[in-house]
Every structure is written in C-alpha cells, then in structure tokens.
Design a protein around this ligand. Structure first.
Ligand code: IPD
Length: 255
C-alpha cells in the first residue's frame, strides 16, 4: 500500500514553511563528519517535524533521515533528507529542497522533492509519471552539446575529486557543466530538461532516493557510474541522463 500522496505533499509543504521562516544564525550551524559537511538547527527541526507527522499518520512505516545518529536501512519506510543543499541554505543561495521517498519492499514507489524558495514541488508515483507542480515531466533527450550537465562534488570523499575533475573535462570538450549544490534537485532538473544529465561519484541514499524515481518516471536513465542499480543501503555513485547523453557518458567511462 502506498501513502496518500496529496497528504504527503501537504506535510512537505508545511515543512517548507519552517525553512522559509528560518532566521539562521552562526551558532545554529555545526559540522558533522568534516568542516565541509554542515548541519543546521533547521535540518534537525524539519526532520523532527516530518518524523512526528509521518508517525501520526503512517505509524507502521520506518523513518530514515539524514540527521539521525545512525542510518538503519529498512525496506519499508520513508527515506528523508530534510534539507538537501544545506550549504546553499547556509550561504543564502536559494537552491535547496526537502526530499522524501517512500519505500516498499526495497523499491522507491513514491517521491516528493520540494524547493520552498520558488514553490516548486516535484513528485512521482511508480508507473504514473512525474510532475512539477501540475505539469507532467518528460526528459527531452538532448545530445551532450545541447544542454548543461549537472555535477555533484563530494568534498567529504577525497578519492572522488580526481575522477570528478577528469569527467568534467571530458564533458566540457562538447558541452557545459553546472554545480548547483542539491543532488535531489539535480535529478529533478534532469527529469524536466533544465539539465541534460547529472553525475556524482559519492552520494548518500537520502540525497537521491526521491529524485531517482522522479527522473526515471520522466524517461531518464539512472544508474551508478558503472551501470549498476544505485543501492539505498550505502554511499554510491550516480549517473542520470536522457538516453542519448547517457550513452555518450557510458562510452567516455567505458563500462
Ligand atoms: C549534498 C548535496 C550536494 C551533493 C553532496 C550532498 P546535503 O547534500 O546534495 O549537491 O554534491 O554530495 O551531500 O549535505 O546538502 O544534504
């Protein structure tokens, strides 16, 4: 059984209000795994709000959130990033979102990604297509030179810096890149065609789960950077693009 998607969107929109009304001060920011991995009072507040509302309405579902002390994966539940793009949020760059995926038997069956700054709600249900607010999404299947390509950086994973730079250089021989700072929105932007594709060498399940479904439902191919299914149990690489661009990057990497 899926959850009531309208109800889920309503709760996520309410959580967006917490972020829109935030008045962030330096004391409310702290680092997690490294100096570049930050969390704010509002990441925690939004996560607590979502957890308590979900528990009221759907008490039999497990809750997995980025800001929990320990990530304990379960096949049935909610996989949540309360603020994806925390650094953007901290520096006042208006590009961040709340990301919520619903899992059933380990599959992502529903996804909601909401940017409260521009009031853009991306959502999808498996087999039913994906949407931006009320508009159905379809990836336009651009060639590499016809659209910008999104890149994620993972400063907490030094091993990914070299391969990231190499792939950027290769893409820039024909195309152009963007580093927007929210993996969930990167995937939604590929769904809508604002970006032709997106890759990142080390990304966490809560950042990508909802966006992955939204992208796939819009005709985007999403795998790891070696062509496998991205796992939801641990950090992974990711490559998302329309069929033409995907084939091109696959060829560059050689998997
Ligand atoms: C980060 C963003 C960023 C990506 C990083 C993520 P967070 O998530 O999605 O775009 O490049 O790898 O960790 O920390 O803002 O939730």
């Amino acid at each position: 059984m899926f959850v009531d998607l309208e109800k889920l969107k309503e709760i996520v929109r309410e959580a967006g209000e917490i972020i829109s009304q935030a008045n962030l001060t330096p004391e409310q920011i702290r680092s997690k795994t490294s100096q570049k991995d930050l969390v704010t009072k509002y990441d925690v507040e939004v996560q607590d709000f979502l957890e308590s509302r979900f528990q009221e309405l759907w008490p039999d579902r497990h809750f997995m959130g980025e800001e929990q002390v320990e990530y304990r994966y379960e096949q049935r539940g909610f996989l949540v990033d309360p603020i994806d793009g925390t650094s953007n949020f901290i520096f006042g760059i208006p590009h961040f979102c709340i990301s919520v995926a619903v899992l059933e038997q380990g599959e992502i069956v529903q996804g909601v990604v909401y940017n409260p700054v521009v009031d853009e709600m991306y959502w999808a249900e498996v087999g039913q297509g994906s949407y931006l607010n009320g508009d159905r999404l379809k990836n336009p299947d651009f060639a590499l030179g016809e659209a910008v390509f999104g890149v994620g950086g993972s400063p907490y994973d030094p091993n990914s810096i070299e391969p990231t730079v190499r792939l950027i250089a290769k893409i820039m021989e024909e195309g152009d890149i963007r580093r927007l700072g929210s993996a969930a929105l990167d995937l939604c932007y590929v769904a809508s065609g604002r970006q032709g594709g997106y890759f990142e060498f080390a990304i966490n399940p809560w950042d990508i789960a909802a966006g992955l479904l939204i992208a796939r439902e819009a005709g985007v191919t999403v795998t790891t950077l070696d062509g496998e299914e991205p796992p939801l149990t641990r950090t992974t690489s990711i490559l998302a693009a329309g069929p033409k661009m995907y084939a091109k990057i696959k060829n560059f990497i050689g998997f």
